[in-house]
Design a protein around this ligand. Structure first.
Ligand code: ADP
Length: 593
């Protein structure tokens, strides 16, 4: 760029000087020639004019007895050479014959080949003053006819313009010299200009190239207050602006990248051709695969909607898919509909949501079912009683009333359990924490069920070390849990079974475990044992007065204490269930007490 602009500057300067010199030179030389011609004719006109009447009279008045008139005229003229400007070299006068134009006398010899008959001589020979100037000719002349002694003569003044020519050539040389000096100055000036203009421009260009390459740290020094200085300032502020804009964009991008990386939902982005341009780890985890640019939208989600369908949609489209036992909800939406746009697929794991929905539906169905059964019983017994009023033997009537009372007790039981669960769900259930002996609680439970166990001919054993810690817990609720798991063991063990109640302590915990050798639970049901209304054998449970809510309430209570209630894996028949409680009670929010 430096060379380009510099050459242009030199060229402009040279052309400027050349054209200036040519115009000035032509004008000067023309003026000098014009001045010289005008001066010549002015001099001749004033010599022969009215103001110089003596001269014309001397020329035309013959002296007495003169023999050679031409010589006399020559003599008069030679006396007036100063007035005529005749120098005998470049300007001469000649006396010509008035009829033939022949040379008679003059300040110079007749030129070889005679004088040329110019238009002015021709005019004078016809008796008129020849005073026409011919700019194109290389001479100036004037021919004045005179009469002397009855003869006519022509006084002819001829100037060969040598003076003006030499003047012009001297001027030409001068202009040429001025041109050379002018050119030298112009080249020097263009160097100076290039230094003051091109160098800052070059620095600006270098800076721009660095900015274009992504380096915004460069700050150009402002060296002048002119337009280039302003340009440099604008450049600096533009670079600063760009730098902060790009930093903001980069920051946003980093935020988005981090968000993508850590968000629980999966995201896969496709370009307009359907190629994967971005995917986050969650997407890979959820769809159980990895993504690369070779993966195509059509192969991954084409079964739900075509790429065109998603691109056309306002808002988003949604679909579902099951992958490895998980329910995934897919939201497909177009982004930036322009050239650079594409399609985003958001993957959301809704397994928990779906199972909660299923459990809620099951729960409502179960509640209805559980309440309807006793109600139906109550109604049918009441109807029978009403129909046979008076006819029924009192024994039977009493039995029927007993069933009605039993069933309503059962309903009350279910409703109470449901209320307890609902209190847990709404978080309204508070624990009344007290310190009590865990060992004592286990022993109380053992004693409470002993009678019942004996009824079923079970052998119940209590295995407990002498010393067990005090626990901080809700005594009544913990007893409820203990009773529930021990009663279950009695209920679900065929008569004559063996039940072992054991207790002990671990680091910071106290535990109680109930082993039986009863019917146990099939492997497929083990995970669901704590679900509400879940019962392996509905008929058996109902028969024994169970509602299917006992273990779920027990689990809620233990969870509230931040303990654990779980089935212990074991070989052989029966079931082992274990409860662990933190000795110091549940930790308040933010840490343990
Ligand atoms: P229920 O009121 O029916 O006893 P629970 O919630 O206490 O309700 O128990 C849920 C189900 O778990 C029972 O219906 C039964 O099928 C099973 N279960 C509980 N304890 C035992 C056990 N010790 N042995 C075998 N099955 C059990």
């Amino acid at each position: 760029m430096r060379r380009g602009l510099h050459m242009k500057l030199v060229l402009i300067m040279v052309l400027l000087i050349l054209s200036l010199m040519t115009v000035v030179g032509a004008f000067l030389m023309n003026s000098v020639t014009g001045y010289y011609i005008n001066d010549f004719y002015g001099q001749i006109a004033s010599a022969f004019g009215q103001d110089n009447a003596d001269f014309l009279r001397d020329l035309e008045s013959p002296t007495e007895g003169e023999t050679d008139a031409a010589a006399m005229v020559d003599e008069v003229l030679s006396a007036y050479v100063g007035v005529l400007g005749v120098d005998g070299r470049n300007r001469n006068y000649f006396v010509l014959d008035g009829t033939t134009g022949r040379y008679l006398a003059g300040s110079a010899e007749e030129p070889e080949g005679g004088l040329a008959i110019t238009p002015n001589i021709s005019a004078a020979l016809l008796g008129e003053v020849g005073f026409e100037s011919d700019v194109a000719a290389d001479y100036m002349d004037a021919a004045i006819p005179i009469h002397r002694g009855g003869e006519s003569y022509v006084v002819y003044i001829l100037d060969n313009r040598a003076t003006v020519r030499s003047l012009n050539s001297a001027m030409f040389t001068l202009i040429l010299e001025a041109l050379v000096v002018g050119l030298a100055i112009s080249i020097l000036l263009s160097f100076l200009l290039s230094k003051t203009m091109v160098t800052p421009l070059q620095r600006l260009t270098d800076g721009l190239q660095e900015v274009a390459a992504g380096d915004f740290s460069k700050k150009l020094e402002v060296t002048s207050r002119d337009e280039i200085g302003q340009l440099t300032e604008s450049f600096n502020s533009m670079a600063r602006q760009l730098e902060s804009t790009i930093a903001a964009v980069r920051n946003e991008r980093n935020k988005l990248d981090t968000l993508f990386l850590h968000m629980a939902d999966g995201v896969v982005a496709f370009d307009r051709e359907g190629k994967v341009i971005h995917s986050n780890p969650a997407a890979g985890r959820m769809l159980r695969r990895s993504f690369g640019p070779e993966d195509r939208y059509e192969d991954l989600f084409g079964d739900l909607f075509s790429l065109e369908q998603v691109e056309q949609v306002d808002g988003h489209l949604s679909g579902e898919r099951e992958v490895a036992g998980r329910s995934l909800e897919l939201l497909l939406a177009p982004f930036a509909r322009g050239e650079e746009g594409g399609v985003l697929v958001l993957i959301h794991d809704v397994t928990e949501q779906r199972s909660a929905e299923r459990m809620r539906k099951d729960f409502v169905a179960n509640v209805s079912h559980e309440l309807r059964t006793p109600l139906t019983n109550i109604r049918s017994y009441a109807e029978t009683l009403e129909e046979g009023l008076g006819d029924l033997p009192p024994e039977t009537a009493r039995t029927f009333l007993g069933v009605i009372l039993n069933e309503s007790d059962r309903m009350t039981h279910i409703v109470q359990d449901l209320l307890t669960l609902s209190r847990f769900d709404s978080g309204r259930s508070e624990l009344h924490l007290t310190r009590f002996s865990f060992g004592q609680a286990v022993e109380d439970t053992y004693r409470a069920v002993l009678m019942d166990a004996q009824k079923h001919a079970h052998s119940v054993r209590l295995e407990m070390p002498g010393q067990l810690p005090q626990v901080l817990a809700d005594h009544e609720r913990v007893m409820q849990v203990m009773m529930n798991i021990v009663s279950n063991a009695i209920k679900y063990t065929p008569d004559g079974g063996t039940i072992v109640i054991s207790a002990g302590q671990g680091p910071g915990t106290a535990w109680m475990q109930v082993d039986d050798n009863g019917i146990g639970i099939p492997d497929s049901d083990r995970d669901r044992i704590f679900e509400r209304f879940y019962r392996v054998d509905k008929a058996r449970s109902r028969q024994s007065g169970g509602t299917g809510l006992g273990l779920s309430i027990a689990k809620e209570i233990v969870d509230l204490h931040q303990g654990r209630l779980y089935l212990v894996d074991k070989d052989g028949p029966g079931l082992t269930i274990r409860m662990e409680l933190p000795v110091d009670g549940p930790a308040p929010e933010g840490g343990r007490p």
